[in-house]
Ligand binder design. Structure first.
Ligand code: KIV
Ligand code: ZN
Length: 385
């Protein structure tokens, strides 16, 4: 089974979510939890962005011992120097350089011709290699870059000494088949590609970030970049818990796995939500409040008979105690009776039927019926009889 390296960028791209600002202590707290989760690489920030971010990256670099700590830099010497400063004390430092390559970015943002992009990136990688063994290079907006130019850029990055080439779908424009095809082409056509790791970095503008990352895996990607809870610039990044659980649940299909400690997923998600202030939507895959909750009577009956009828993974795997059977207007007698037993009531069939009718009336009026509602309803029925 092939190992997929997990590059977590919650503290960098994740922190680029509008309204999120983590202080040094919060970055360290999340960094240490990511270490417990077993991620291979932690991008702790963009040191040239501000003195506070440099301090945050430095504190994470000193605290984390069991994952490589990474700082982001533009293809400029001052940015590389800021990362050098920030990664002092890191056990396994790595520099992440980026420069845009797509025609739109070349024309409007960089105002550079192709040859200037190649020269600038090459000079920056060579400069970085004087100080770092591990250098990742990202051709920003690779998804919208001409494939021939992307091949040329990747080959240049390998010759200049990059150890990882990351392919970002910066604006979340790709579909899984297109994104997968880029990896296939690079693997087949770039000389020396076997010497480096190829990585995927996806954004979720069209809701494709996880699907695109998995398409990259199917086509030879060695590393997936993403964030916890999928937070990040605009619609966010690939959600790492989704990738990890997709590979875990469909191991035979993907023939690949991560070395994440899956039982730490839920705890990590809660911590990131608390410290970033970004609420996890109830229906979010894997970590949303409803991800292991069942409301309809048919589903609850199935779950009570055999959990695999409606669950493809168990909540315990991600560190949750159990699935929830939520009582509402779609719930059936089977789940209702189980709830009564849980609450300590052993009633005759006749009483259960009477209480169930009352419960349905109440459920029509309330979205969810809580344990206290059921208790009140049963006590009332017991007094009446
Ligand atoms: O989305 C992007 O292109 C990035 C790069 C810095 C890798 O975040
Ligand atoms: Zn990004």
């Amino acid at each position: 089974m092939r190992k997929i390296y997990i590059f977590d960028t919650t503290l960098r791209d994740g922190e680029q979510s509008p309204g999120v600002n983590l202080n040094v202590q919060e970055k360290v707290e999340i960094g240490l939890q990511l270490e417990k989760l077993g991620v291979d690489r932690i991008e702790a920030g963009f040191p040239a962005a501000s003195p506070g971010d440099l301090a945050g990256v430095n504190a994470v670099a000193k605290a984390v011992r069991n994952a490589s700590v990474i700082g982001l830099a533009r293809a400029r010497e001052q940015d590389i120097e800021a990362v050098r400063e920030a990664l002092k004390g890191a056990q396994d430092p790595c520099l992440h350089l980026f420069l845009a390559t797509s025609p739109i970015h070349r024309k409007h943002k960089l105002r550079m011709e192709k040859h200037q992009v190649l020269e600038t990136a090459e000079a920056a990688i060579k400069y970085a290699k004087k100080y770092f063994d591990k250098v990742e290079f990202s051709p920003e907006d690779a998804g919208r870059t001409e494939i021939d130019f992307l091949i040329e850029v990747t080959a240049m990055a390998i010759r200049a000494g990059a150890t990882v080439v990351n392919i970002p779908d910066t604006v979340g424009f790709m579909s899984p088949s297109e994104f997968g095809a880029i990896f296939k082409t690079l693997k087949e056509q770039v000389p020396g590609i076997e010497k480096i790791q190829l990585s995927a970095h996806c954004h979720d503008d069209l809701g494709m970030a996880t699907a695109n990352a998995l398409a990259a895996v199917m086509n030879g990607a060695d590393q997936i970049e993403g964030t916890i809870n999928g937070i990040g610039e605009r619609a966010g990044n690939t959600s790492l818990e989704e990738v990890a659980m997709a590979l875990e649940t469909r191991q035979e299909f993907y023939q690949a796995k991560t070395s994440l400690v899956l039982g730490e997923i839920y705890r990590t998600s809660r911590l990131v939500s608390k410290l970033t202030g970004m609420v996890v939507p109830g229906n979010k895959a894997i970590v949303g409040a409803n991800a292991f909750a069942h409301e309809s009577g048919i589903h609850q009956d199935g779950m009570l008979k055999e959990k695999t009828t409606y669950e493809i993974m168990s909540p315990e795997t991600i560190g949750l105690k159990e699935s929830k059977l939520v009582l509402g207007k779609h719930s059936g007698r089977h789940a209702f009776r189980e709830k009564l037993i849980d609450l300590g009531y052993e009633l005759t069939d006749e009483l259960v039927n009477l209480a169930f009718a009352k419960f349905k009336d109440l459920a029509d009026r309330k979205k969810q019926v809580a344990d206290e509602d059921i208790r009140a309803l049963i006590e009332e029925k017991l007094i009446e009889t």
